[in-house]
Design a protein around this ligand. Structure first.
Ligand code: NAI
Length: 803
């Protein structure tokens, strides 16, 4: 390229000269390692036991930077063993001591920030402008922020302890930033770590291990092993890992959900996205153009929350597309080490091919493709900024995550249409909303199913605000208080004991049909039906199941629900979605009303519990009392489960709003037929979810007795639906159902099946590990914030302000 020399010429072309950053210090650093890296295990650099290794390539030049090891099973075992051995001492440190280490890591990152920025740029192909000004400063910020959580842990997370040994698997698009997002909260919580960076970009994770070593982090607290998906799989499947944290593709996330099903491992998944970027007619279009540049051309579009679907209100579509093309024409693609370059290289040939293939598909499917007139450099893996118009909402390029610099645009007429288009995706990671009308922005933000909504801004991140998705974008949050929970577990779980239980009897009845208890005239039959959409309805198949007391006598019969009944119940629960908009006050009133209507019938409910469980009259009476108290607890919480305003470094506010999960399936524990039911259903309903509940299989009559209580308590139809029958069969149907958003399972044996089936639409599951044996009577175990947190997901809404 010829660069202008005269001043007038420069004003005319606005062309920059090259401003290259030197790679010399990084090449020297690589050379000092002798052209190859070991694995960082137990505080030492060790050779791989597997013997395999692979090249690390600079995607902007195709040059080989170094070689790293492919960790095999023995290496993964060694790393997990080192993390396990280091756990007691690290978890046992005072919060302040861990805070000192995190602070030291933050300082180390800052002191070596240029080395890290250049190394990241060489390894990934992203521009130095981004690594220097965004990635690395955010990394330091993350460690400072979490030094704070370590310091405050004992008071702010009282009653919680570390999750244990965590396996962390990260992608290649923000290699060092993802190290920070994973490692900082885990260290703060007292966990020890085995981290596996992505195969394309392992170098900054290795550099970080070196910095952590120099900072004196105790041996085995952080272990870094390199390798591809095979190594990741070994880590996921390792039996001595207590938690897996993963960021990457939805496809691999789904495999990990399946691989961890039934193991009791904690899991957080940050997966793909197809985030909408919504522009209303009154938006400031020049700001919008710069927003789009940041949304889809930042990091070459290889961003999970990239604003990859531009949704424009019809009236401004033509001028906006015109402005965008003019801006695209001026974007600069080239050497990532040139400080004046906007876009660097694509990470690897396979990703470049994937982008090319999807763009071809877009053209084949009839969309209009536009690219700037200039050509990309040919010495590396570059791809030009690309814009599609005339895209059908169902087109492949409108649905699939391209993970490249490709924007697809569509138009809408009304705000309702914008919301429908925005939510027309299986993902739910992020969204941007552009309008000068704050009322409109704040009306739209809660309607979009996404974990982050940026108002008149995009791609803002901070350690103080949680980041994570809805739907198939995964679950769990990273950053802020909400992210800390992912690395903690209730202290009681560690030493859960089997409490005294009033186990229901499993005695076989003498007769296959109910026998009247006394007298010769049969009682009028009161076989309860199912409770769906506010009505008592007959089960689809005309089968009933007998409920047998501990004395072998039949206590009653209930309907045998099946797949079709669950389907109807899920439909009814969806139809009641307006419950989410009811105010906390209204939800509280209804929960109080249920308690009020239950109280006068205490003796009747207690007698029923005693007959079903044989646990004695006193225990039964106490159970009803506890259930009434629990209803009060969640009535109390209904208008108090506040969100937060996070202290992010923007001029504005970041609102963290607790939103309901949606339609949640509940499989109740076998014991505590009333208290177990109320303990699970009340927090879900208090927070705006609608539920389909399978009550205790051996003792369902306390739930069916509740029908009349619910009918007289102003509960809107469809908010609570009850289907009696075989717990595991029905739970399986709920877990498979693609319109069920969450599943809480307290059965005995079906937890694995539920977690496996949940991978279909990545529903949020809560499966009680059979070893925990939660004591429902103990308020510390049976109620409170843990339940409310599980019943909601946090949406962070960023609202900058000022002229
Ligand atoms: P990937 O999901 O395969 O890789 C992410 C990480 O998971 C890497 O460290 C990889 O080694 C590891 N991994 C792969 N298979 C695994 C397994 N079975 N068990 C455990 N760990 C495993 O992503 P990949 O192949 O690099 O990219 C493919 C597509 O995924 C991209 O084109 C993009 O669409 C999407 N992607 C999305 C990301 C996001 O943040 N949303 C990040 C990276 C990729």
């Amino acid at each position: 390229m010829n660069h202008p020399t005269g001043i007038s010429e420069i004003f005319e072309t606005m062309e920059y000269g090259p401003a290259p950053e030197t790679d010399q210090p990084v090449l020297e650093w690589l050379a000092r390692h002798g052209g190859a890296f070991g694995l960082y295990v137990g505080g030492r650099w060790v050779p791989g036991q597997d013997g395999r290794s692979f090249d690390v390539i600079n995607p902007a030049t195709r040059a080989t930077l170094t070689r790293v090891l492919q960790a095999g099973a023995a290496d993964v075992n060694a790393a997990v063993a080192a993390a396990r051995a280091a756990l007691p001492a690290w978890a046992g440190l005072a919060g302040h001591a861990r805070a000192r280490y995190l602070y030291a890591l933050a300082r180390a990152v800052q002191k070596h920030s240029r080395l890290l920025a250049v190394l990241e740029s060489l390894d990934n192909g992203k521009s130095i402008r981004e690594t220097r000004d965004i990635d690395v400063p955010l990394v330091a910020r993350h460690f400072y922020h979490h030094a704070g959580w370590a310091q405050l842990l004992e008071t702010e997370f009282a009653g919680y302890g570390p999750a244990g040994v965590v396996g962390q698997i990260i992608p290649w698009n923000f290699p060092l930033l993802m190290v920070a997002w994973k490692v900082a909260p885990a260290l703060a919580a007292g966990c020890t770590i085995v981290l596996k960076p992505a195969e394309f970009t392992p170098l900054t994770a290795l550099a970080f291990a070196e910095l952590a070593h120099a900072a004196g982090l105790p041996s085995g607290v952080l272990n870094v092993i390199t390798g591809d998906g095979e190594t990741g799989k070994l880590l996921v499947e390792h039996p001595d890992v207590d938690k897996i944290a993963f960021t990457g593709s939805t496809e691999v996330g789904r495999h990990i959900r399946q691989a961890t099903a039934g193991t009791g491992k904690k899991l957080s998944l940050e997966l793909g996205g197809k985030s909408p970027f919504i522009v209303f007619e009154d938006a400031d279009l020049d700001s919008v153009v710069e927003g789009v540049v940041d949304a889809i051309w930042f990091n070459q579009g290889q961003v999970c929350c990239a604003g990859s679907r531009l949704l424009v209100q019809e009236g401004v579509a033509a001028p906006l597309i015109g402005k965008l093309r003019a801006r695209m024409e001026k974007l600069r693609v080239g050497s990532p080490l040139d400080k004046a370059v906007d876009m660097g290289a694509i990470v690897a040939p396979v990703q470049l091919e994937r982008i090319r293939g999807l763009v071809e598909k877009g053209v084949e499917e009839g969309a209009q493709m536009w690219q700037p007139s200039w050509a990309c450099p040919t010495d590396g893996y570059f791809y030009p900024p690309t814009l599609f118009t005339d895209v059908a909402p169902s087109a492949t390029i409108a649905q699939v995550e391209i993970f490249g610099p490709v924007l697809v645009s569509m138009t809408f007429r009304t705000p309702a249409e914008a919301v429908a288009l925005a939510n027309n995706t299986l993902f739910g990671l992020a969204a941007s909303v552009w309008t000068e009308n704050i009322n409109l922005a704040l009306d739209i933000a809660p309607k979009i199913k996404a974990g982050v909504v940026w108002v008149n801004c995009t791609n803002l991140f901070d350690a103080a605000a949680g980041f994570g998705g809805y739907r198939e974008s995964g679950f769990g949050r990273e950053g802020g208080r909400e992210g800390m929970w992912e690395y903690l577990k209730p202290a009681w779980e560690a030493n859960a004991e089997r409490g005294t239980r009033n186990e229901p009897a499993a005695t076989v009845p003498r007769s296959a049909f109910p026998v009247p208890r006394s007298g010769e005239v049969p009682e009028i039959d009161r076989t309860p039906k199912l409770f769906i959409g506010g009505k008592q309805v007959r089960p689809d198949q005309a089968y009933s199941r007998q409920i047998v007391g501990p004395d072998g006598q039949v206590v009653g019969e209930v309907g045998e629900g099946n797949r079709k009944d669950i389907r109807n119940a899920v439909e009814a629960a969806h139809a009641a979605a307006g419950w989410a908009q009811a105010t906390g006050h209204v939800r509280a009133q209804i929960l109080y009303y249920i308690a009020e209507n239950l109280a006068p019938r205490q003796a009747e409910f207690a007698a029923r519990i005693a007959a079903m469980t044989g646990g004695g009259a006193d225990a039964a009476r106490q159970e009803v009392e506890a259930a009434i108290a629990r209803l009060f607890t969640y009535a109390a919480w209904a208008d108090k489960w506040d969100g937060a305003v996070h202290q992010t470094p923007v001029r504005g506010v970041t609102l963290a709003m607790n939103e309901p999960i949606g339609v949640v399936g509940v499989a109740c524990p076998a014991d505590y037929p009333l208290l177990g039911f109320v303990s699970l259903v009340a927090p879900l309903v208090a927070t705006g979810n609608t539920v389909v509940v399978v009550p205790s299989e051996p003792a369902p009559l306390s739930a069916t007795d509740l029908y009349s209580v619910l009918e007289t308590s102003d509960l809107p139809a469809g908010v609570i639906n009850i289907v009696t029958g075989a717990t595991d069969t029905l739970a399986q149907v709920l877990a498979e159902h693609l319109d069920v958003d969450g599943m809480w399972y307290c059965g005995a044996v079906g937890g694995k099946a539920v977690e496996l089936a949940s991978a279909g639409n990545m529903k949020r599951t809560w499966v009680e590990a059979p070893s925990h044996r939660r004591d429902w009577r103990d308020p510390r175990q049976g109620e409170g914030r843990e339940f409310l947190r599980r019943a909601t997901q946090v949406k962070n809404i960023w609202i900058p302000y000022g002229e």
